[in-house]
Write a protein that binds this ligand. Structure first.
Ligand SMILES: [Zn+2]
Length: 186
């Protein structure tokens, strides 16, 4: 492979961590071993002893709420292109999840938001590779704008949520939690 840019291959990403074959540190073969004192079988490098602890990747995002309505974007990229979700993305290694939520919101919809409390932490049991952390946020002075990742943006009241056109199960779960929170706060 040359030094050309590559498009993310979402199909092969789903092979992680089940199909990891070699140690990421030394390239040695991986084999299942009983780990002590955890007493669980994990993949271990047969050469250097590196224990491969696969965990979910963390995604952070914002529910930008203005006047009782939440900002959603229509996704411009795979997966789930054309579907609605909130601004968010992967937390970088070493990055605070709150900082990542603010950064992703600025990158995707051009808004410098003021972060509020945590709305919740959401996991799709059918797609355990991701855990999603969502914060409530207030818009700053910037109006929402479009990007490669957001081809349409608009605010939705609780009774306007496009339930049948949402990107991911975690999007549905998070919006369900938000709608419930708006009812209980009335
Ligand atoms: Zn190794």
């Amino acid at each position: 492979m040359k030094d050309d840019p590559v498009h993310a291959n979402h199909h092969v990403q789903r092979d992680y961590p089940g199909k990891v074959k070699f140690c990421p540190l030394c390239g040695g073969a991986i084999a299942a071993r009983l780990i002590i004192p955890e007493n669980a079988r994990r993949n271990v490098c047969t050469r250097c002893g590196f224990v491969h602890f696969p965990g979910p990747k963390l995604v952070a995002g914002c529910f930008v709420v203005d006047g009782g309505r939440v900002l959603l974007l229509r996704r411009g990229i795979e997966p789930a292109v054309g579907k609605w979700t909130f601004p968010g993305g992967y937390v970088d290694f070493g990055e605070n999840s709150a900082d990542a939520a603010v950064r992703e919101t600025r990158e995707e919809v051009g808004m410098r938001v003021a972060l509020g409390p945590l709305l919740g932490v959401f996991t799709d049991s059918m797609s355990p590779a991701l855990t999603v952390v969502i914060y409530l946020a207030a818009p700053g002075i910037d109006a929402p704008s479009l990007s490669d990742e957001a081809t349409e943006v608009r605010y939705f009241a609780p009774d306007e949520i496009p339930w049948h056109d949402l990107a991911f199960p975690t999007t549905t779960d998070a919006l369900t939690a938000w709608v419930a929170s708006t009812r209980s706060s009335r």
